[in-house]
Design a protein around this ligand. Structure first.
Ligand code: CAA
Length: 259
């Protein structure tokens, strides 16, 4: 699939996904969603790169939300479908089998905040602004925002920010645990890449398993402890585990193959 609103590039062996609708502050319209769905559903699982960084085009925005103009042409069932579809697509981001780091270079509002929260780790530029302003539009977050904000910052603060729609600056996002790091503006992409590279010499099966175990903690239909011992057992049978343990005893760097 050829993308119009996503630019896929590679830096230091890391895939960079840039949401690219700069004139609309990278707002997520249907086409952009279709492309994100394709990338995380069809492309990402088979990528040979070390991980993925998601960012926004331009100086101003990561993603300023769902495309409001498009959203408000919808009614009832259509809007419900769009919300469910957005959630399903962001589950693909969250369940990606390799690390996904958001480099939040500006406004991450509504659907943009939801996209950043679906990523495994968030690096914020000091100019980043997070928030769920949907109540000001008379609607509610629809792509998992009410759920993931609670997971990341707790119920009381999530209630406050989702009810007031107030923007969260980078330092506050860091203090709340919404951002993992804050860096000077312009350095967020490199910092995000640096984090992916820290995972790059680790066992790929182990990385994928950790992502699943941690995500299962938040899935009421799953028992994360059960996921953990099951995947621990599976991975103990892998060539990677033999290689990791052998490399340790031989005092050398492991060469994992992901099998
Ligand atoms: N959808 C569509 N277009 C958007 C947009 C969005 N979410 N956000 C910004 N744009 C467009 C603006 O309409 C404007 O386009 P025009 O030049 O054609 O008018 C352009 O991007 C630049 O925006 P501004 O002129 O508004 O820039 P600013 O610097 O004055 O303000 C901003 C920046 C505070 C981010 C402001 O654009 C804003 O408040 N945007 C909307 C944020 C928002 O409410 N997001 C939530 C969307 S709803 C949602 O996401 C629902 C969900 O969870 C499913």
């Amino acid at each position: 699939m050829e993308y119009q609103n996503l630019v896929i590039s590679e830096k230091q062996g890391v895939s960079i996904v840039t949401v690219s609708r700069e004139k609309a502050l990278n707002a997520l319209n249907t086409l952009t969603f279709t492309e994100i769905n394709h990338f995380f559903g069809e492309v990402a699982p088979g990528l040979k790169t070390k991980g993925i960084v998601v960012t926004g085009a331009g100086e101003k925005a990561f993603v300023a939300g769902a495309d409001i103009k498009e959203f408000f042409a919808l009614k009832g069932e259509d809007a419900k479908w769009l919300s469910k579809r957005g959630q399903d697509i962001f589950f693909k981001v969250e369940n990606c089998n390799k690390p996904v780091v958001a480099a939040v270079n500006g406004f991450a509002l509504g659907g943009g905040c939801e996209l950043a929260m679906a990523c495994h780790i968030r690096v914020a530029s000091e100019k980043a602004r997070f928030g769920l302003p949907e109540v000001g539009l008379g609607i509610i977050p629809g792509y998992g925002g009410t759920q993931r904000l609670v997971q990341l910052i707790g119920k009381g603060k999530a209630m406050e920010y989702a009810l007031t729609g107030e923007m969260i600056n980078a330092q506050t996002a860091l203090d709340l645990g919404l951002a993992n790091h804050v860096v000077p503006h312009g350095e967020e992409l490199n910092k995000a890449i640096e984090i992916v590279l820290k995972t790059a010499d680790k066992g790929p099966l182990a990385l994928a398993a950790v992502i699943r175990c941690i995500n299962d903690n938040f899935d009421e239909n799953k028992n994360g402890f059960e996921t953990e011992y099951t995947l621990f057992g599976d991975i103990a049978l892998s060539e990677d585990f033999i290689e990791g343990a052998t490399a340790f005893t031989e005092k050398r760097k492991a060469a994992f193959k992901g099998v």
